[in-house]
Design a protein. Structure first.
Length: 266
């Protein structure tokens, strides 16, 4: 009888221990699930907007990084890189134009405290174009006549300073400085250069961007692709081998003679 009693007590004790462990196990599982949900929610919140010190990729503009770990952004970036690669372009015209204008543009950007990445804007604005656009924009920085005059360029009476790399870059720097002061982001300043400050302000207001981020916003097709094109241009100029361009290790820019730049520095 005593042995039976001991066995019965032992069975009851083991059952109690198992029950307690099961309860604690469920509690811990619930806690883990709650913590996981918090992490997922936090990741969702930063899907497009990242902390200031967060670097999501090697793609950047003026030290503002591109969130290519977002599927939509990644897809657009890859598509634009393919369109800018040698396989598509089949020409070295972009590198040749860069070699001509960068030595004039970069020192001017530096003198105004504007990031050097803005040197790629003219290649996107007018690198493969010639003449005047349908809207009336012209020159490397694609100024409209009225805007050009506002920033000190002479347009008319047989003279058009929009075609002077040096003078048009100075005018562009004045405009870009104003855009950055208004939007507090170099990426937004560059996008506003394309779409205009009025439309950019309207887009920010309508889309209620408390923490403005170009890659989170919706624009017309041209402006929506604009920064991707600039960043792709930066990639093929800085890392040509990765995109099918067979450039000599010695830079085209370094090999230019001063006489090659005379037509641009006037």
């Amino acid at each position: 009888m005593i042995k039976k009693g001991l066995i019965t007590c032992s069975v009851i004790w083991v059952s109690v221990v198992i029950s307690v462990l099961t309860v604690y196990g469920k509690t811990d599982t619930k806690k883990v699930n709650k913590d996981t949900k918090k992490v997922v929610k936090r990741n969702t919140e930063y899907r497009f907007i990242y902390p200031k010190n967060y670097r999501s990729s090697d793609f950047s503009f003026a030290d503002e990084y591109v969130p290519v770990n977002d599927i939509r952004v990644n897809r657009k970036m890859k598509h634009t890189l393919v369109k800018t690669s040698y396989t598509t372009v089949q020409s070295y015209v972009l590198q040749e134009e860069a070699a001509k204008i960068f030595p004039v543009i970069v020192p001017i950007l530096q003198s105004y405290g504007i990031p050097e990445d803005f040197k790629y804007l003219p290649l996107v604005e007018a690198g493969l174009k010639s003449g005047v656009s349908k809207a009336g924009a012209a020159g490397w920085w694609q100024f409209m006549p009225g805007t050009a005059r506002t920033y000190g360029l002479k347009v008319g009476d047989g003279k058009d300073e929009r075609y002077s790399v040096r003078k048009s870059t100075i005018a562009a720097c004045k405009y870009i400085t104003e855009l950055y002061a208004q939007f507090h982001s170099w990426t937004l300043a560059a996008a506003a250069y394309n779409v205009g400050e009025i439309k950019m302000s309207k887009a920010l207001k309508e889309q209620r961007q408390a923490r403005a981020n170009y890659f989170r916003m919706h624009f017309n097709p041209e402006t929506g692709a604009y920064m991707y094109r600039i960043i792709a241009m930066k990639q093929v100029i800085e890392q040509p081998d990765l995109y099918g361009y067979k450039i000599n290790k010695q830079s085209l820019i370094a090999n230019l003679e001063p006489t090659d730049l005379m037509a641009f520095d006037n």
